[in-house]
Design a protein around this ligand. Structure first.
Ligand SMILES: [Zn+2]
Ligand SMILES: [Zn+2]
Length: 404
């Protein structure tokens, strides 16, 4: 068994032929570029790509398998050039009876099951070629559909104020899925403005495994959040074991931004353009009482929590705060290139390189910054209302802007 770095929520921008899949995502974010970036630069051995339900993306996948660059593993998942294993995922927007919408990712072991699922979706989604499309079903029915096609189901970025179960649909996943449905969820994804300490203030999440994924819309953003899994081999089946904590497989740790850096951490008033500074929950603007505030993730969790303090179950792994390398002041493309030349991948820089080795390559000041980013000890200013929080470097006037 060994450690595997995994990011299970990555979007596709364009197909290899240039057809848009996610309009807001980068053009170079193609299926093959994601596999390459994960293998060669990030050190992500397991990548969940969540736009595989697009028939145009499926053509790219079929082509890579035909040329032999990618193979379907017998235990599920696609292996790209012996380096990265890809899970076939499909993010969709569901609609509850009251009109509230949320996002969920279904993952499938192979093309066969994914194609069955896409077959179900044809009459429910207007344009299947595009990412994260609305399907005319409530979440609990999509869960049933994904499972009957042979997939597993994970509510995505579960706390964000727009389009997430806790953010704008329900106070309890139980209300959305019922007792049986809740027990069938493979995991719950936290999203950028939440961490497991916040999630563990909600009692019903105790039995569930939590994932921290990037929701990347560009290549650099891959692995800004990720998971460390403990697996025997890298495959779909092994990931399922880990999520269910079976046969010794498990999630060893979650790595992500300090939630204060997330762009929806605190309540924001668009009228006054202020981020709530006072104790959560702040549910209306303290200055102008405007009704259309963007409720912060922290404020929403404080509003619906069962406990004032986190009560993590005994199986819950640690959640480590980390700032991705490219967002450190002074680490531009050249410095990052030097680091990758010397250490191979970003995961190696963040996890294995010693302070002395780092100092040798990029000097004492930047090495110190990398160590601080690794330990999550950079000073922070909270984000809100769609503006990212900021890390502030100790010894420089440069403020690190997280507005990626
Ligand atoms: Zn989403
Ligand atoms: Zn997404």
């Amino acid at each position: 068994m060994r450690k595997i770095y995994a990011d299970l929520h990555i979007h596709i921008g364009r197909t290899s032929a240039g057809q848009p899949v996610k309009i807001t995502a980068a053009r170079d974010l193609t299926f093959e570029n994601i596999a390459k970036e994960c293998a060669l630069r990030k050190g992500i051995e397991l990548a969940g790509i969540v736009d595989c339900g697009s028939p145009a993306v499926m053509q790219d996948i079929d082509a890579l398998i035909e040329t032999g660059e990618m193979v379907e593993l017998p235990t599920g998942g696609l292996r790209y050039r012996d380096a990265t294993t890809i899970l076939l995922g499909c993010e969709l927007e569901t609609v509850e009876e009251d009109g509230s919408a949320s996002h969920h990712v279904s993952y499938f072991p192979a093309r066969e099951q994914l194609k069955v699922f896409i077959g179900f979706l044809r009459r429910l989604v207007t344009n299947l070629d595009l990412s994260s499309q609305r399907c005319r079903l409530p979440a609990r029915q999509l869960l049933r559909m994904a499972r009957s096609a042979g997939g597993v189901f994970v509510p995505a970025h579960a706390f964000t104020p727009h389009r997430s179960p806790y953010g704008n649909c329900v106070r309890r996943l139980h209300d959305m899925f019922g007792e049986a449905g809740l027990a069938q969820l493979a995991a719950v994804e936290l999203g950028l403005s939440a961490d497991s300490y916040l999630a563990d203030r909600i009692a019903e999440l105790a039995p569930l495994t939590l994932l921290s994924n990037s929701d990347a819309h560009s290549l650099p953003k891959i692995a800004r959040e990720y998971n460390v899994l403990w697996l025997d081999q890298v495959s779909f089946q092994e990931v399922l074991f880990a999520l269910r904590r079976e046969r010794g497989r498990k999630v060893l740790a979650n790595y992500g931004l300090d939630p204060r850096l997330g762009k929806y951490h605190r309540t924001f008033c668009p009228e006054c353009e202020t981020i709530a500074p006072t104790e959560p929950p702040v549910l209306s603007c303290p200055l102008c009482a405007a009704p259309n505030i963007v409720k912060g993730v922290l404020d929403r969790i404080a509003e619906i929590a069962d406990y004032p303090e986190p009560r993590p179950p005994s199986h819950r792994p640690p959640y480590h705060y980390q700032v991705p390398l490219q967002f450190l002041p002074g680490i531009g493309a050249v410095t990052l290139g030097k680091l990758l030349n010397r250490f191979g991948t970003e995961m190696h820089v963040l996890h294995q390189a010693t302070p002395d080795e780092l100092q040798f390559v990029i000097g004492q000041k930047l090495a110190q910054l990398v160590i601080q980013a690794r330990q999550g000890s950079l000073p922070l200013l909270a984000g809100g209302g769609g503006r990212y929080g900021r890390a502030v470097a100790d010894d420089s006037e440069t403020q690190l802007t997280m507005g990626w």
